[in-house]
Write a protein that binds this ligand. Structure first.
Ligand code: DC
Length: 206
């Protein structure tokens, strides 16, 4: 059983995917962390963030790098992840790992941008979680402020819009709902309401 949870940055897909995995007793993979790890290593190396060769070499040897969770969650690393994610060789290098993860018993929930379209086109359940850019920016701002970051709403909104633009318009595996995905717009929902809607949608599609 594979559940694909896709959607733009800060729409709530991580929270929903974790809750679905817990509800059904499945494994969970946040695929964004794979791209974030590549982006983080590139930033640490002081190399050119657009260097496809170096980014691909990092993606092919991702297990060799150590990182701290909090390092991955910064806006700078999110933006770097979105840049390296547009390199086809980087995406190809991360594909096998994601597909093997998805095959685990009794099931797996993967969240990202292209799970229902490219990584697991045969997923049993496909959800596309979205929300307005303003709502996503205010949620992300609250998270960042909680972790002590000094950022403004405008800066976060601009970052979200840039990331949407890049994720939607890249040539490989762009962010787009799978034709058979159930779309859940969480703009007007609390986290609990969004989780309930996702559990209902997943239960009826299973
Ligand atoms: O979900 P996130 O914010 O952690 O993802 C960071 C970036 O990684 C995102 O802007 C695009 C990229 N990404 C991707 O291209 N495909 C995925 N399956 C997951 C993330």
């Amino acid at each position: 059983m594979i559940i694909a949870v896709d959607g733009p940055a800060a729409a709530g897909k991580g929270t929903i995917a974790r809750a679905l995995a817990q509800h059904f007793g499945y494994h969970h993979l946040d695929t964004g962390t794979l791209y974030r790890r590549v982006g983080l290593e590139l930033l640490k190396s002081d190399g050119d963030i657009h260097d496809a060769k170096v980014a691909t070499a990092i993606a092919q040897n991702l297990h060799a790098y150590a990182w701290l969770d909090y390092e991955l969650r910064t806006e700078a690393v999110g933006a770097a992840a979105s840049i390296v994610a547009s390199i086809p060789e980087v995406r190809a290098a991360l594909l096998d790992f994601q597909r093997s993860f998805a095959e685990q018993k009794p099931g797996a929930v993967l969240d990202g941008r292209d799970i229902g379209t490219v990584v697991c086109p045969n997923a049993h359940v496909k959800l596309f979680i979205t929300a307005s850019p303003e709502v996503r920016a205010s949620r992300r701002l609250a998270e960042l402020q909680e972790s002590g970051a000094d950022v403004t709403f405008e800066a976060v909104l601009q970052d979200i819009r840039q990331r949407d633009e890049r994720d939607k318009n890249r040539t490989v595996a762009p962010l787009v709902p799978a034709k058979d995905a159930v779309v859940i717009n969480t703009s007007e929902m609390t986290a609990e309401e969004a989780i309930s809607a996702a559990v209902r949608a997943a239960s009826s599609a299973r």
